[in-house]
Every structure is written in C-alpha cells, then in structure tokens.
Design a protein. Sequence first.
Length: 367
Amino acid sequence: MIPIARPQMGDEEKELVWEVLSSGSLAQGAKVRALEERFAAFIGVPHAVATSSGTTALHLALLASGIGPGDEVLTVSFTFIASASTILFSGARPVFVDVEEPTFTMDPGLLEAAITERTRAILPVSLYGQPADMQAIGAIADRHGLALIEDAAQSHGAEVGGRRSGTWGAGCFSFYPTKNMTSAEGGMVTTADPELAEQARLLREHGMRVRYQHDLLGYNFRMTDVHAAIGLAQLAKLPANNARRMEIARRYDAELRGVITPTVRPGAVHVYHQYTIRVVRRDEFAERLRERDVGTGIYYPIPAHRQEALRGLGYEGLHLPVTELLTEQVVSIPVHPSLSDDEVATVIEAVNAVADELGPIEAAVPA
Ligand SMILES: *Cc1c(COP(=O)(O)O)cnc(C)c1O
C-alpha cells in the first residue's frame, strides 16, 4: 500500500533529539527559541511563538487577539474541527461562510454580508497547502477593524502575492506528523505585531513574565525542547520537501484524467500538503484505489457545522452549498516527498483506471 502520509525521520532528527536528552534540559528552552527564530525568518515575520500543537496555536492566537465571550469570528466549515473548536474554547461564536469551489478556501465575497456588530475576527483556513485569498480577506479585515487569524496548519511555505502564509495578522501552524514539517506534536503562532506576540508568550505560560508572578491567567501551551529538536531538523528539509511535493503535483496535473485536479490561485505558490481531487461516487472511488494499493484520505467527510460536537449551537438550519458538495466529492491521494517516481506512476495509473471504471466527473466550474 502506498500510504497517504509517510513522515521521514533521519539522522539529523536523531542527533538533535539525543543532544537534548543528553543535556537534561527537556522543557521549553534553547531549542524552542532556535526553532522560533528560524521559523520566523523562514516565514518572513519578526515574531514566532512555539506551542504544544496547531490547536493550541489557534487557541492562543484567538486569546492573544482579545477574542472572547459575546464575539463572533467568521470562519469556514470546510476544515479540520480545530479551526472552529478553538473559537468556541475562547468563548466566541464561529460564524461559518462558504468556500470558493475551485480553491476550497473562504469565499471573500460572502464576508461583508456576514459581518455584524459582534464580529471581531476573520479566521480563514489555507487548506491543503494553498493560502486562502489573504489579500482580499485582509483588505476586508482592515476596512472593518477586525483581527485576522490564518489557520496555516497546512501551508508551511505557501505564498500568495509574494507573501508567505503566516505573514497576515496571526498565522497558526501545526507540526503534526503528517504536515509538511513535523515536531511530532507542536505548533507556532507567527506575527509581525509585537504586542500580539508578547500577549501570546504570556498566555502560553501562565501569564508569567517573572517566575511565579502571574500577571494574568494563562495556560501551559508550551513546546518542549525535545519536540523543537525534531522541528529544527525538519525545518531545514522543508524547502526541498515542498519542492518535491510540487514536482509530484505537476505530474498529477499533467497526467490525471476524468477527475477534477486542484486549481492554484493566480499568484499563489501551493505547497501541496494534500493533493485533493474531486471524483464521482467518492467512497467507491477511494475503495477501488485501496484495492489497487493506493492509500487515500478524505479531508473532510463532515463539515464542522454538521458535527455532533456542535449540535445544539444553532447551526441546524445552516446550509453551505459549496462546502456540502465538496465534502461528498473530495479525495486526497499520496503526494508526500518520499514517494518514488515509480510510486507516483502507480498512483496515476490507479486513479486513471478507476476514473475510467466509474466515469468522469463533470467539471462543475467552467474553465
Ligand atoms: C492539523 C490541523 C490543525 C490542528 O493542528 P494539531 O497540531 O493537530 O493540533 C488545525 N487546523 C487545520 C486545518 C489542520 O489541518
């Protein structure tokens, strides 16, 4: 089976982790600071605050932006649950807008109609490795004085308009094992705003500037030096790994037939956290790929507003036509950098064969 993800751990990771284990300083320390500095430089922002996960990065960015009870945050439902659950953890209410069909990301054209006097922030998701339309969304956030928090958990190194994901407002990254880089578990908040960064650092560690002096009630959202050591080795490999993902995606774009392949926004650099196609009879399509030894992933089969966890919160009557359509059509195929050229050829053959068996999908979006 060609798996949908295959995290690669080399000697660099082992040596750096061993260095931390031998040093005896395991918790947040020099390696976390080094990862923050190098990640900030890579993204192109002055500040980066490491966290225990992508979920705590989002939670921290919301709290550090002053989001709380009574507030509304505009986000999407076509995402991993953490984009919405962290808004609820902050005490605010997620207000879901639909996504654009070609790019799977927040439709900026729907935002102004969704803004109320309670709206405090916009939280777009840069899904599958492509930035949301951050320029358009950022302009709307500026015009209405709203905070901008980008869920960049899947877009390490992605760009739009010459700027990287994570350079608008607060960027929230995940270093979960399947992401474009990993620290096993971990995350990062990136920002150009020194006050936001300072507030995030305080809230990350019990509201503490001076030891055992607590200026506000904070959390323990820290990363450990053990995880940062893995992250440092992985960050060094990220550009080459992203380039390999893009190279595989170019082959898929050129050679897949009978399926809808991903659309790259003009001026964007897509780093293909996932290569997600749209197909007819999706579940059967995925099953037939598995029979041909090609692993698949469905991201995501149930939109956030339809999740059991959000039942009773008033989303029962909400209808998001594009989101609901996409959840029935999407399937992701392996695009990770450790795929051999032979494995890529196997994936292409399998997808084209299954598309022949099940029939082509009508392109829903006019070219
Ligand atoms: C992975 C992911 C998260 C959460 O990150 P964790 O590190 O797993 O907590 C949040 N949002 C999106 C879109 C993700 O893909």
